[in-house]
Design a protein around this ligand. Structure first.
Ligand code: GDP
Length: 195
């Protein structure tokens, strides 16, 4: 087995609420190695490139709203003027571009075995109201899709975590230069993974 990398971004709401330390602690205590750390304002081009400009991604995001609205018998046309998943996804992406530039973000690269499963598990469901207690989104937020859409903004769910190994590699390359990543061995690794 080889180690893999994932990108985490503590989004503007997480930083502004003073949650960086509490969030980083969870990734450190589970045993992941922090190999890159960067604090600052995100630039628009990077955010645009971060979220895919593909119908597959727009559809995934739009479908989340459609499913949620169907469960509550709500109509998307009031807010989005459409019930087309791709079009809804495009609107959410525009909101994300503004949200990410609202105030500073903390970008983190973590490395470890099964890193994607771990970062997604610790982050929790995309919709904070549905995120299990014990997860970052479940513990620090209870935002909902209908409230976010009504306010013309993305779900304020504190953290981004890479969703696949391929996305992790792509996102790390987008946000970090090779020389901004470091290689070292955590002292507890010998005990956690005894050879
Ligand atoms: P993630 O990987 O869990 O962050 O989820 P996605 O990649 O599917 O979505 C990207 C981000 O868009 C989420 O983290 C939310 O901030 C936002 N978002 C996703 N779906 C919706 C939605 O249906 N409505 C709103 N307002 N925001 C959404």
């Amino acid at each position: 087995m080889t180690k893999q990398k994932a990108l985490l971004i503590i989004k503007p709401d997480g930083v502004a609420r003073g949650l960086c330390g509490a969030i980083l602690k969870r990734f450190e205590q589970v045993g992941l190695t922090i190999i890159g750390l960067k604090f600052g304002m995100a630039d628009e081009k990077t955010v645009v490139a971060h979220y895919p400009e593909t119908d597959v991604w727009f559809e995934k995001v739009g479908q989340r709203t459609l499913t949620n609205y169907a469960e509550k018998s709500l109509d998307t046309k009031g807010i989005f003027k459409t019930d087309n998943a791709v079009e809804i996804g495009k609107t959410v992406k525009k909101w994300l571009i503004d949200y990410f530039q609202e105030s500073p973000v903390l970008c983190v690269v973590v490395e470890g075995y099964n890193v994607i499963e771990i970062v997604r598990k610790l982050s929790g469901n995309t919709i904070p109201l549905l995120a299990t207690p014990g997860t970052i989104r479940g513990d620090f937020s209870h935002d909902t899709i209908d409230l976010a859409n009504e306010q013309n903004r993305p779900l304020r769910n504190i953290i981004h975590a890479s969703d696949t190994v391929e996305d992790g590699e792509k996102e790390v390359r987008l946000w970090f230069k090779p020389e901004e990543l470091f290689s070292y061995v955590r002292t507890d690794e010998k005990i956690m993974f005894k050879k």
